[in-house]
Design a protein. Structure first.
Length: 367
């Protein structure tokens, strides 16, 4: 007997239907969107103004320009009656399952060697910043229960965008990301520049950032300002840098507030110019993108892409896909990374990936 919207995703996977369930930052209720058929849809990011649904872009969307869109055939909020929807789903055959691709998990020694190589490249002035990531594979004690996973993500990451999506034949992912790529509020668009990572403790009000972390955040802010200038946008407000938290981790954030009219109905061009941001790729962007493909042995897939509701219930919000994991019935791949600069230490950067995975790993271990 299904009594909650959080129990429907497990059913939708069995029915082979594309869906996304999400909770916006600091909100209490989840929203569910799913299709009535198994069809997968792609659009060019430049045409995003002409559609609505739940947008999902992978890291390679920066090259292909294509993003997935889940059509809003059914849209539910947590306080709505689900009896009719569950009844409809009961009439459908069970034709689906999780789809999981094994990905390369780098050893600590190999990570340190490759990070050291990248840091030396940065010292040579070839790059200003590059984001180096890794995959952590974890087997589960019992079969994954998505309703429990969603509840625990919400409990641990109240200030983040909680999400879980399923694209049949492609994969099932969950995440809790703190970073806004695009948010329309009234007549403005908001985007974040975020960098730096520190563990929060009891004295979280007095965080001291290193010069490396300040430099990293400054580079991300400069990138956004440069992109706005290239788009002919000079009228914007900048707030920060300030400290923000996600789980037990603190970051430095600068928020940009841009008049919506400045985009001239070209939201897609604006989003494409930002993706992937220096917070998940590096600078210069093109060179960092190539260096990532050279240094990383795994496929990022949807890690460091972006996702979110687009023109749903008067909401258009996209988030960078961080603190995320690829799911199977009894195992997961957690994706974590960190920004390297010329002043980085490979051992410190490895520790940062451990910090970033800590909350998600603790959730999984307690399911």
């Amino acid at each position: 007997m299904i009594n909650s919207i959080l129990e429907i995703p497990q059913m939708l996977i069995k029915k082979g239907l594309p869906f996304a369930i999400y909770c916006l930052p600091s909100k209490k209720k989840f929203n569910l969107i799913f299709q009535k058929d198994v069809s997968l849809h792609e659009i060019d990011i430049l045409d995003i103004e002409q559609t609505n649904g739940f947008v999902i872009a992978n890291f390679e969307s920066a090259k292909t320009g294509l993003v997935n869109i889940i059509k809003p055939d059914y849209v539910l909020s947590e306080d709505e009656n689900i009896t009719e929807i569950v009844g409809f789903l009961d009439t459908l055959p069970d034709i689906g399952n999780f789809y999981f691709e094994n990905n390369y998990c780098i050893s600590k020694a190999d990570y340190l060697d490759r990070a050291d190589y990248l840091i030396n490249q940065l010292k040579d002035g070839y790059l200003k910043k590059v984001v180096f990531s890794r995959v952590i594979h974890k087997k589960l004690k019992e079969e994954l229960k998505l309703n429990q996973l969603l509840s625990m993500l919400k409990e641990k990451y109240n200030n983040a965008f909680i999400n879980l999506f399923h694209l049949p034949g492609i994969g099932t992912w969950c995440g809790a990301t703190p970073e806004t790529l695009f948010k329309k509020v009234d007549n403005y668009v908001i985007t974040d520049a975020m960098a730096g990572t520190q563990l929060l403790d009891e004295d979280s009000e007095n965080i001291t950032w290193t010069n490396k972390e300040k430099e990293e955040q400054h580079l991300v802010s400069l990138f956004i300002e440069s992109n706005l200038s290239e788009l002919g946008i000079h009228d914007f407000d900048k707030v920060g840098p300030i400290n923000v938290s996600a789980g037990h981790i603190a970051h430095i954030q600068t928020q940009f507030k841009i008049p919506f009219s400045s985009l001239n109905e070209k939201e897609g061009k604006f989003i494409a110019s930002l993706h992937p941001t220096p917070a998940v790729c590096g600078l210069p962007k093109a060179e960092a993108y190539l260096m990532i493909h050279k240094a990383e042995q795994h496929q990022r897939r949807y890690y460091t892409g972006f996702l979110g509701p687009w023109k749903l219930a008067n909401q258009s919000q996209l988030f960078v896909n961080l603190r995320c994991a690829e799911l199977d019935t009894n195992k997961i791949n957690i994706y974590v990374g960190g920004g390297l600069t010329a002043s980085s230490s490979n051992k410190d950067e490895y520790k940062e990936t451990v910090y970033k995975s800590k909350t998600l790993l603790s959730i999984v271990e307690n399911l």
